[in-house]
Design a protein around this ligand. Structure first.
Ligand SMILES: Nc1nc2c([nH]c(=O)n2[C@H]2C[C@H](O)[C@@H](COP(=O)(O)OP(=O)(O)OP(=O)(O)O)O2)c(=O)[nH]1
Length: 141
């Protein structure tokens, strides 16, 4: 049954990065076993903690998950997704990041893949990410 989007809900702010390399490929990571949506490919990122700006949260998540260093001034808002997620409502803010220091390493993820937006359709991704693929493809064209 379709989720009633009129019902009161709690927002879940999540930030994520489209890390773009010099060849126009974007880094996706695979959610590890034991986590919700295990096995799905997602943009690296995570929940914004109370009191944290989205940009700071993204820089923190990229350091924790990939061990890369990103200057908060270098994260560029790209597009967002809005979708019911269980009892909450996910607001997923996607940023483009094309400058970082270090080689991304899968600290928590069970895999990393560099893919072009057109190739993302072949990978299982969280339902909320679906509309982001075309939006990102257009932004990167
Ligand atoms: N990072 C990320 N999360 C996504 C994407 N799409 C999507 O629906 N989500 C959801 C999955 C989770 O419910 C939520 C992110 O929470 P998370 O559990 O991965 O974040 P976190 O790193 O803060 O993890 P934790 O401390 O709670 O374990 O957003 C995406 O592309 N990237």
């Amino acid at each position: 049954m379709a989720k009633n989007l009129e019902a009161p809900t709690t927002l879940l702010p999540v930030v994520a990065a489209a890390l773009v390399d010099g060849d126009g490929r974007v880094l996706l990571q695979r959610r590890p076993p034991g986590k919700a949506m295990a096995g799905l490919w997602e943009f690296p990122g995570g929940k914004v903690e109370p009191g944290e700006s989205p940009e700071r949260a993204l820089v923190r998540e990229l350091a924790e998950e990939l061990e890369i260093v990103v200057d908060p001034a270098c994260v560029r808002p790209a597009c967002f997704a809005s979708a019911a997620l269980g009892e909450r409502h996910l607001i997923l803010l996607l940023y483009v990041v094309d400058e970082w220091t270090g080689e991304p390493r899968a600290v928590e993820a069970s895999g990393l893949a560099w893919v072009r937006p057109a190739e993302m359709r072949a990978l299982p991704m969280p339902p909320a990410d679906e509309p982001l693929i075309d939006l990102l493809a257009r932004l990167m064209a």
